[in-house]
Ligand binder design. Structure first.
Ligand SMILES: [Zn+2]
Length: 374
């Protein structure tokens, strides 16, 4: 099995090593694919006008209710309402030399390799974007639809034919919308200024090393156990008239405040809504960092999802509004993509997998069947 990570770095050459090292040492990762996209740039001292950029967004809320992704306990239950729409958003950056890099963000749980490859191939065919120039990032909301074969043993493998057709149909829709949103962002390309900064939000807590019920008290006493990463990296794009056109921001925390049966972008969705409300015409894109072992705590109510989203939006606003903290980005653009195999822990043998496949355990049985080809 490959373990995959996606990284986008928008930062000055000086600070990139220490920040990257810090992140690696503080947060563990479990995202099941390896991709690395590095966008490296050098910081100068004045806003450069050597960039071009374009952004766009498309509503990708399913047109009909369908199974939801993220929690096995929901079974095949369909969503039955909507708190927020779900969005696909694209930001295209073009250097003075004409090189392009594209960030596409989604208010969805994740993507399987097959759909990811299909989307990237389509982008290459239509826009001549090499795989290394494309980063697909998913907010990992647990109140969105099942996406293709993502988390297959938990979802797709357990669904009946009618539900599989809904999931397949949504995957097709998503692929088309992904191409359209990138096309529109390319059409919107115009001279731009880029800057980056970093803020802080503290609602992420390590879910392996702290009991959820104890988190408020531990936080008050400053005794929360790590690792964690509370940085909020921000990339600011403005036009030639200094109007904000796009803000890409990240946070390393599982997007799991909510588990109800209504579509929502969870805290990341609310944060994007807040930022776009504060800056009409500007597109806010959320980048999920390496936060699989972090939960937004406390959680489980819509009010808390809004509160965490508000805290994250505030962290972004503080950075965007502090011109002294924002660093202009100048220099060249380079992108890289690499897949690597990581060492595995002990593998279950054939007998264990067969036992698993025949068990009544709802999560393990499909996994055993998948590995045994049953
Ligand atoms: Zn999750």
């Amino acid at each position: 099995m490959n373990i995959i990570r996606q990284i986008v770095a928008f930062r000055s050459a000086k600070s990139s090593l220490s920040r990257s090292e810090r992140r690696q040492s503080r947060v563990s990762i479990y995202i099941p694919v390896f991709a690395a996209l590095l966008i490296s740039v050098c910081a100068g001292h004045v806003f450069g006008e050597e960039w071009k950029a374009g952004a766009a967004k498309f509503n990708i809320t399913p047109e009909q209710f369908m199974p939801m992704s993220g929690y096995a306990g929901r079974g095949a239950k369909h969503a039955d309402g909507k708190l927020t729409d779900l969005w696909a958003k694209a930001l295209v950056i073009e250097s003075k030399q004409g090189q392009r890099a594209v960030l596409v963000t989604y208010d969805l749980i994740g993507i399987d390799r097959g759909l990811s490859v299909a989307i990237c191939n389509a982008l290459q065919r239509k826009f001549e974007l090499h795989r290394s120039a494309v980063a697909l990032n998913f907010s990992h909301t647990h109140t969105g639809p099942v996406v293709a074969k993502n988390l297959r043993p938990m979802h797709y493998m357990l669904l009946d034919e009618a539900n599989r057709r809904l999931v397949d149909g949504y995957a097709q829709f998503l692929q088309e919308k992904s191409v359209e949103v990138v096309g529109e962002a390319i059409a919107n390309i115009a001279p731009a200024k880029l800057a980056w900064g970093s803020g802080t939000a503290t609602f992420a807590a390590n879910r392996r090393n702290n009991k959820e019920a104890e988190v408020p008290e531990l936080r008050k006493a400053n005794e929360l156990r790590g690792p964690f990463d509370h940085d909020v990296p921000v990339l600011v794009v403005s036009d030639a008239k200094d109007q904000l056109t796009a803000i890409a921001f990240g946070y390393a925390c599982h997007n799991t405040t909510l588990g109800l049966l209504q579509w929502s972008g969870d805290y990341a969705g609310y944060a994007q809504l807040e930022i776009e409300k504060a800056h009409p015409g500007c597109i806010a894109l959320y980048w999920a960092g390496c936060g699989g072992d972090q939960n937004p705590l406390p959680r489980r109510t819509v009010e808390l999802a809004k509160q965490h989203g508000g805290d994250l939006a505030e962290a972004v606003e503080r950075t965007v509004g502090d011109s002294a903290a924002l660093r202009p980005i100048e220099g060249e653009l380079s992108t890289q993509y690499k897949e690597v195999d990581l060492a595995l822990a002990r593998l279950p043998d054939r007998d264990e997998l067969l036992r698993e496949a025949k068990s009544t355990n709802k999560q393990n049985a499909p996994r055993g069947k998948q590995h045994m080809g049953l």
